[in-house]
Ligand binder design. Structure first.
Ligand code: PBG
Length: 335
């Protein structure tokens, strides 16, 4: 950037524009509003709320309460909800068979939420891990996560979600070629309005820890590899993240996502700069837990930390943020 000759101190005093709230608001470069938020929500098959121990303030909700939450989202001006299932351990198997159950909890909750608040967008995770007994996002063959057989299962799962009324399919599995397979299956079924937000740059991360607690996914390694590093990305890589995003866009993704969020803001900013696509970031379970743990110890100011962390995504150029803080943040923002 070429600048005109700058005045310097004392004529130039940058603090002049920070002296009062009104002028700070006037020169603010990015703004967080409830319309930037996607509410991350966990549904279970039972009744009532089940608090998630590692995520204070987050509970697994019943189908009925998810429908009520959709009405709450509408009231708060939150445009969309991302829904994740907690499945009873006894119903899981190695193939994640229940992922494509047309009468399963996801199909049921999507219908209930669309009935309750049709104006609120519903996004479903396309991945097998809530349904597999080994906790991996794919089918295991010869000790490895098998790419192409997994895609076939993902397509079945996604079609069930789309037919139930899901607006946005969000493949989070990181198999190669899944966006193309989803897009052509949607076309073939006359579901061309269904959007795809791909978890394009999804990193193998320690920050997903509390999510396993939330969805009741056991420790990896008993029945398959002990981590997800053969399909999720190496956290050291930027160029590869850009290749992943390029590929998903070419395959028909309408929006792309970077995940986790806060430790990967550089990736968010690079993706926005390179592709000019609606780019979202997922402030994941571990980021939520980290803020809450520090706040509950009195080490940071909870509300300020929540809004500052969400605002940082907007500064980085994100179109929006998937977050467990969405309803609280929307309330704090005066919705
Ligand atoms: C599953 C999936 C994960 C998350 C969303 N979808 C976990 C994982 O990939 O291991 C994490 C969400 C969170 O931590 O909040 N494919």
């Amino acid at each position: 950037m070429s600048l005109p000759p700058l005045a310097s101190y004392p004529a130039l005093r940058l603090r002049r524009l920070r002296q009062a709230d009104w002028i700070r608001r006037l020169v603010r470069e990015s703004v967080l509003t409830p319309a930037d938020l996607i509410w991350s929500m966990v549904v279970h098959e039972g009744d009532g709320e089940v608090p998630v121990a590692s995520m204070p303030g987050v509970s697994r909700l019943s189908v009925k309460d998810c429908a009520k939450a959709a009405i709450e989202a509408r009231k708060l001006g939150i445009p969309a909800i991302a829904i994740f299932p907690h499945i009873d351990g006894s119903k899981k198997d190695a193939a994640g068979s229940l992922a494509a159950d047309p009468n399963g909890v996801i199909a049921t909750v999507v219908k209930a939420m669309k009935d309750a608040a049709p104006e609120v967008g519903i996004m479903c995770d396309v991945a097998l891990d809530p349904f597999t007994d080994h906790g991996h996002d794919g089918i295991i063959e010869n000790g490895k996560i098998a790419n192409d057989p997994t895609i076939e299962r993902l397509v079945e799962q996604a079609l069930v979600q789309a037919k139930a009324g899901c607006d946005i399919l969000a493949p989070s599995d990181m198999m190669d070629g899944r966006c193309a397979a989803l897009r052509s299956a949607l076309e073939a079924e006359g579901l061309q309005d269904v959007m795809i937000m791909s978890y394009a740059a999804k990193f193998a991360s320690a920050f997903y820890g509390p999510y396993r607690d939330a969805i009741g996914s056991g420790k990896l390694g008993t029945l398959g590899p002990s981590d997800k590093k053969t399909y999720q990305m190496d956290s050291a890589n930027t160029e590869e993240a850009l290749r992943e995003v390029a590929l998903d866009i070419a395959e028909g993704a309408d929006m792309v996502m970077v995940k986790p969020g806060m430790p990967y803001l550089d990736i968010v900013s690079r993706v926005v700069e390179e592709f000019h696509m609606p780019t979202f970031a997922f402030q994941v379970s571990g980021e939520y837990a980290m803020i809450m743990a520090a706040a509950q110890n009195g080490w940071i100011d909870e509300e300020r930390a929540i809004l500052e962390s969400l605002g940082a995504f907007k500064r980085a150029g994100a179109a929006g943020i998937i977050s467990y803080f969405a309803p609280r943040a929307a309330r704090m923002l005066g919705a």
